[in-house]
Design a protein around this ligand. Structure first.
Ligand SMILES: C[S@@+](CC[C@H](N)C(=O)[O-])C[C@H]1O[C@@H](n2cnc3c(N)ncnc32)[C@H](O)[C@@H]1O
Length: 245
């Protein structure tokens, strides 16, 4: 099955993008808490490692965080990098609202700006950003190649793209054990905590059809990214993809 055919609610009259937007609007109030609980806090470490792969030590960077959600990756980028501006873009206003509260609480409103928008139609100039990032976002795109091409377009030549995304563990017996948790236990906890019966089943299903590891690397190369490298984290639960325009 193609990755864009797996949708949160599988309604025939709605696009994946529409369903993804309403799903994140619905689960936004529970998103941060559930992330922490379901990953036992490791998600914070994954984001930290993802930003650590940024090679440039230039100052005054312009950074775009795609599918920023509640802005955790944008906040991590601000911690580790010397940014003059960080834009976080997301299609769900409810996720942005929560992200904005976190940014305001930390007094970072002048550096990090969150904007409502679709990653498949970016309104930023070609070659504007030094670094483009996306954590757990690209799997949700309606059109993966279009979204990645847009990320490529807005990068400066030599600019870096970092994608952090779930992948499927391959090592026996961890693969089998994790699959039990991911397929059955996590959706059950998610169902009762997020009040959305489908969100965390969609998470499992969307990861199963997502092109991970070398397959994702090949897609990046086809789009025009160079020096494509990936590194699996936590025995392959998720992977950091680093590439250059
Ligand atoms: C799993 S969350 C990840 C949020 C955040 N990056 C993090 O690390 O926690 C995925 C986010 O992608 C956003 N998203 C999905 N499709 C999108 C699109 N086409 N354009 C912009 N944002 C999108 C969703 O609204 C959601 O906030």
């Amino acid at each position: 099955m193609q990755h864009n055919q797996v949708k949160p609610y599988q309604k025939s009259d709605a696009t994946k993008k529409e369903e993804v937007t309403s799903m994140f609007d619905r689960i936004a109030p529970f998103y941060d808490l559930l992330n922490g609980v379901l990953s036992a806090g490791i998600d914070t470490l994954w984001r930290r490692k993802a930003i650590k792969t940024v090679q440039t030590r230039n100052t005054d960077l312009a950074i775009l965080d795609i599918a920023t959600g509640t802005a955790d990756l944008a906040l991590e980028a601000n911690k580790q990098l010397d940014a003059k501006e960080i834009i976080g873009l997301d299609i769900s206003q409810k996720m942005i609202d929560i992200g904005n509260k976190k940014i305001q609480k930390k007094g970072l409103d002048n550096t990090i700006k969150l904007e409502l928008g679709d990653s498949e139609n970016l309104h930023y100039d070609t070659g504007y950003f030094d670094v483009v990032t996306a954590a757990f976002g690209v799997r949700n795109f309606g059109d993966l190649k279009k979204g990645l091409s847009e990320m490529h377009r807005v990068l400066k030549p030599g600019g870096e793209m970092i994608v952090l995304e779930f992948s499927r563990p391959t090592i026996f017996p961890f693969k089998q054990m994790f699959n039990l948790y991911f397929k059955y236990i996590l959706p059950l906890i998610g169902r009762f905590t997020s009040k959305d019966p489908r969100a965390y089943s969609y998470l499992y299903e969307s990861v199963q059809v997502f092109p991970d590891y070398d397959k994702f690397g090949e897609i990046l190369k086809d789009i025009g990214f160079k020096q494509v490298k990936w590194r699996a984290l936590s025995l392959g639960i998720c992977t950091i993809y680093h590439s250059v325009k």
